[in-house]
Design a protein around this ligand. Structure first.
Ligand code: OOG
Ligand code: MG
Length: 259
């Protein structure tokens, strides 16, 4: 893809986000494969970093059967997490600052060691992880009707918008995080339940897959990185006034409000 076209696409995505105005699929006007889609994602995130933002980790997406069904895609994707995306636990977010936000309950891995390789195991991931934390991701596709192809969603940084981490840092050593029950409530009403096992059988497997995808590009996960392993259940659309709470066995709760 030539630099002129890449720049045009980056400006289109940036404008959609800034103006809170959904756009038609990029694939309806440009031709690009999955690898080029990651190139678009990289160029967009590089643009933001040049403007002062900072890479603080990665997210995996479309890692649970519920999410794959909901979005009608069959392969996990990753996106980049920037400092500007991290909101405070309990923060009030303006609903009007999003296009059509949806929330997902996830497990976040806080890495204590670099993680690099094409064939890492769950055990390798857990050994490199300092802490596990409850998380809510707020996704906000830049595409009309929150619908996309795999290449389109990759280019759109996997719909990343904001994320929130709980206060409780849990060490990985004793209990198996895959079995920690999770309840997602909106305004006190139970909306979804599940366990992190919904994420590729074990969320550490999702992190291992991410390390592999990055290794193929000559990138690596680093000590200090935050990794969101992927939504445990389908994502739920939120409205102004909504209080969103995810509570996990052992990991505790995390909350965000929309005003
Ligand atoms: C893509 C991002 C999916 C997850 O946790 O599965 C994601 C989307 O569904 O818009 O973040
Ligand atoms: Mg997610």
């Amino acid at each position: 893809m030539d630099a002129g076209k890449l720049g045009e696409i980056v400006r289109t995505l940036e404008k959609a986000e800034k103006m809170r105005q959904a756009i038609p699929l990029l694939s309806s006007s440009h031709r690009f494969d999955m690898e080029e889609a990651y190139g678009i994602q990289e160029a967009w995130m590089a643009y933001k970093q040049k403007a002062g933002d900072r890479l603080i980790g990665y997210k995996m997406g479309l890692t649970s059967p519920a999410k794959m069904r909901q979005m009608n895609v069959s392969e996990p994707v990753y996106g980049k997490l920037l400092a500007s995306m991290l909101a405070e636990n309990g923060e009030r977010l303006s609903h009007a600052s999003f296009i059509h936000p949806r929330v997902e309950a996830e497990v976040a891995f806080l890495l204590g060691k670099d993680l690099n390789g094409e064939d890492l195991t769950e055990k390798d991931v857990l050994e490199a992880t300092d802490h596990l934390v409850a998380a809510i991701e707020i996704i906000d596709s830049r595409y009309e009707n929150f619908r996309f192809t795999l290449a389109d969603v990759i280019a759109d940084n996997a719909s990343s918008s904001k994320f929130v981490l709980g206060h409780r840092l849990v060490s990985t050593k004793k209990e198996d995080v895959a079995t920690f029950g999770m309840a997602l409530r909106i305004n006190g009403e139970l909306k979804a339940t599940g366990t992190p096992a919904n994420v590729l059988g074990h969320p550490a497997r999702s992190v291992a897959m991410l390390a592999k995808m990055l290794a193929r590009k000559g990138e690596r996960l680093k000590a200090g990185d935050i990794v969101l392993a992927g939504g445990i259940t389908e994502a739920i659309a939120v409205q102004p006034g909504d209080v969103v709470q995810a509570s996990f066995a052992h990991l505790g709760g995390v909350e965000v409000l929309f005003v």
